[in-house]
Ligand binder design. Structure first.
Ligand code: 6PG
Length: 234
């Protein structure tokens, strides 16, 4: 793990994660001219995306947005990760529409949708934000899933354990190749898996979020409650 931030209040968690994202996006643009930013779905990052939209320092003309996973619903469906990210972030910043790369998980042929998305994904994402589920999943890589054994393909269709079940997800090599990776988690229901992901014996097939172990972890106190590691409150 490169960094463990445990925030004492929800507003601090949001601010710390948003500042980290803004810093890493800007660093990528400075170093390489653009930033391939991959975003998680779920509930936890929503306020972070709103805070990120308010970060005036980001040159959105040079950012490409990708998604870690998507549910098999149309882009205007309440369960769509794309819709969530659009409302919280993309509609509030001057990002060129052509730089927003939505996973088309609603296509009847999800296999083809996965292959098409793989062609869009750069070999290395610059910045990757992930979440973790109470079962230890990250992106839509669920415990025991065959997608966790994938070494060649970078995007695959899966049937997950969280509704809506049918999804597209990035695979382990994409997380491993990410230049900067962060995980955000809050709430006591995540505490046991957060501890196993960061400190437990390495077994990503059982605790997929271990794929992001080397990253920066942004936690609230409830999610960090079972860790023995030293915590930094900012
Ligand atoms: C999804 C996600 C998923 C999410 C975790 C945590 O589409 O469901 O990308 O991996 O990050 O399930 O979700 P919450 O933040 O809602 O707890």
């Amino acid at each position: 793990m490169s960094e463990l931030i445990v925030a004492s209040e929800p507003t601090k968690l949001v601010r710390q994660a948003a500042e980290w994202l803004a810093r890493e996006v800007t660093k990528a643009i400075t170093e390489r001219g653009s930033c391939a930013l991959c975003l998680a779905g779920g509930r936890t990052p929503q306020p972070v995306y709103r805070a990120l939209a308010a970060e005036a320092s980001i040159d959105w003309e040079r950012v490409d947005v990708f998604f870690s996973d998507e549910r098999a619903v149309p882009p205007d469906h309440p369960d769509s990760n794309y819709l969530m990210v659009s409302l919280a972030l993309l509609s509030r910043v001057p990002i060129p529409p052509a730089r927003v790369h939505r996973m088309e998980a609603e296509r009847p042929d999800r296999e083809a949708a996965a292959r098409d998305y793989e062609r869009l994904l750069p070999l290395r994402l610059d910045v990757l934000l992930l979440g973790i589920g109470p079962d230890g999943h990250t992106a839509s890589l669920f415990p025991g899933s065959a997608a966790l054994d994938e070494r060649e393909r970078r995007v695959v269709p899966v049937v997950g354990a969280k509704a809506p079940a049918e999804r597209l997800t990035i695979t382990p090599p994409v997380i491993e190749a990410g230049r900067q990776v962060a995980v955000i988690a809050s709430g006591e229901d995540k505490a046991a898996m957060v501890a196993r992901a960061i400190e437990g014996p390495l077994a990503p097939k059982t605790v997929p979020a271990q794929l992001a172990r080397r990253g920066s972890w942004f936690l609230d106190e409830a999610a960090a409650a079972r860790l023995t590691a030293q915590k930094v409150d900012r």
